[in-house]
Design a protein around this ligand. Structure first.
Ligand code: SDX
Length: 430
């Protein structure tokens, strides 16, 4: 960021000059770090609609234009020309890898996909009907009890080890959460498969049968991983950053991110969206649900629609929609009713002024569930797959924060609306 002019803030008769910075891209920022010490006031921004919580070089979003860049590369180019592990390298280290660098990185990840055998018993503590996200939060948090040699965040080598471990082991953790949930035996990773193919095999192979990964599904799975890899300072990434600011170990921070992602307003929207499409059932019921979404007295929202930052179509949703068409056609599922409902719902919503005036468009979660369901996943696995994909984003942002000499513990203040000072009253006098 470069110094720019200053912003003059007048409070009563007092004037305060606040420094302004111009970023590489996006809005200028006003540096308010000295505001309280010099003017004795706080800013007020619940939901952080106008607040930059950090500086970062990883991901840039232009919500007005519907642009998403990872280290400067547009998401649609990465989704078409790259693959998930190469995008992981880009997010972690800032540049696309050379051939040898990519080979080494892929080998490193591939050879760390197994879990400590003792962790098997940790799964057995859960009820079989536990949501896979509940299992993932628990298992990832428990990793700090198994991998002590990569929990010291002050040690760059241990940070690197923890980063690779998280990216490598998350597919195994998610697949085993699924297998445990459906009562099938765990399938161990297979090093001869690609990252996405390995995940599909760990989810769908059974000991009683040979399992050959469908390359179409492996490519679609890898693209879904890429589309969810990182997304600037969203709720779960901000959770990871805030948890990490206290010096918490990486596994605890990622577990906090998983917990935050689970919410239906965030990563849980892909499951909620498919359940919504099931509830709508047919295109003739779409007007009824659009009316409910527009009714301020009705808590119903169109799941997979709207976004805090995008006031244009989420570029990931465009790629996801195209992928849904391709995958369903290649699988011979031409007349998928949920896809027909989704496309008609999108068409009707986008031609309704409520959505156009509020600039509400489909987001990454609107079409992803249709592909995942066609691949054989139950809705309960949609958010775990989002968490698996976003692990590299959380880890990259976690690493960036720890390497930033400016970073300090995050400690927001508040607008206090409660009781002012009063004396205790004994119970007999109340
Ligand atoms: C993700 O932040 C990220 O980057 C997240 C994410 C990532 O990759 O990390 O992109 C992933 O979380 C995508 C979003 C998934 N969530 C959903 O699809 C759930 C449905 N969407 C909404 O809940 C909502 O749009 C949010 C939560 C996504 C955004 O909420 P905001 O920014 O706080 O917006 P808002 O709730 O203030 O809405 C502004 C207006 C409101 O109307 P008014 O009060 O002004 O009259 O738009 C309305 C809202 O009622 N609105 C909707 C709506 N979303 C917003 N109305 C109907 N249906 C919707 N989906």
């Amino acid at each position: 960021m470069t110094d720019r002019t200053t912003a003059t803030l007048r409070i009563g008769s007092k004037e305060l000059e606040l420094p302004m910075f111009s970023p590489a891209a996006g809005p200028d920022v006003i540096d308010i770090r000295k505001l309280y010490s010099e003017a004795g006031v706080f800013t007020y921004d619940p939901g952080y609609t106008s607040t930059a919580s950090c500086d970062s070089t990883i991901t840039f979003i232009d919500g007005e234009e519907g642009i998403l860049l990872h280290r400067g590369y547009p998401i649609d180019q990465l989704a078409e020309k790259s693959h998930y592990l190469e995008v992981c390298y880009l997010l972690l280290y800032g540049e696309l890898p050379t051939g040898p660098q990519l080979e080494d990185f892929q080998s490193l990840v591939t050879n760390h996909t197994m879990l400590h055998e003792q962790m098997l018993y940790f799964y057995r503590g859960f009820r079989r009907d536990a949501h896979p996200m509940a299992i993932m939060v628990g298992v990832v948090g428990a990793m700090s009890a198994f991998y002590h040699d990569s929990t010291d965040i002050r040690d760059p080598w241990q940070r690197e080890v923890a980063s690779i471990r998280m990216i490598a082991k998350m597919p195994t953790i998610a697949a085993w959460a699924y297998k445990y949930h459906i009562g099938q035996p765990f399938v161990y990773p297979c090093n001869s498969l690609t990252y996405a193919a390995n995940f599909l095999r760990m989810c769908f192979a059974v000991p009683a049968d040979d399992y050959v990964v469908n390359p179409i599904l492996a490519r679609a799975m890898d693209r879904i991983f890429t589309l969810h890899a990182d997304h600037e300072q969203n709720a779960s990434t901000s959770t990871v950053r805030l948890a990490s600011s206290s010096g918490a170990n990486p596994f605890a921070c990622i577990a906090a991110g998983i917990a935050s992602l689970w919410g239906p307003a965030h990563g849980g929207a892909n499951q909620a969206c498919l359940e919504m499409l099931e509830q709508i059932g047919s295109t003739d019921r779409i007007p009824e649900f659009i009316d409910r979404a527009k009714d301020r007295d009705d808590p119903f929202r169109l799941m997979g629609f709207g976004h805090r930052v995008y006031k244009n179509v989420d570029p990931r949703a465009k790629v996801m929609k195209q992928s849904a068409d391709e995958v369903l056609e290649l699988l011979g599922i031409d007349d998928n009713p949920k896809l027909q409902v989704a496309k008609e719902l999108e068409r009707q919503a986008l031609s309704d002024k409520y959505f156009s005036e509020k600039r509400l468009f489909p987001n990454v979660d609107f079409y992803s569930g249709i592909i995942l369901e066609a691949m054989g996943f139950p809705t309960s696995m949609f958010t775990p797959i989002f968490a698996l994909s976003r692990t590299v984003g959380w880890i990259s942002q976690w690493k960036e924060q720890l390497e930033d000499p400016k970073h300090r513990i995050g400690r927001p203040r508040q607008l206090y609306e409660g009781e002012t000072l009063r004396d205790y009253v004994n119970v007999e006098d109340r």
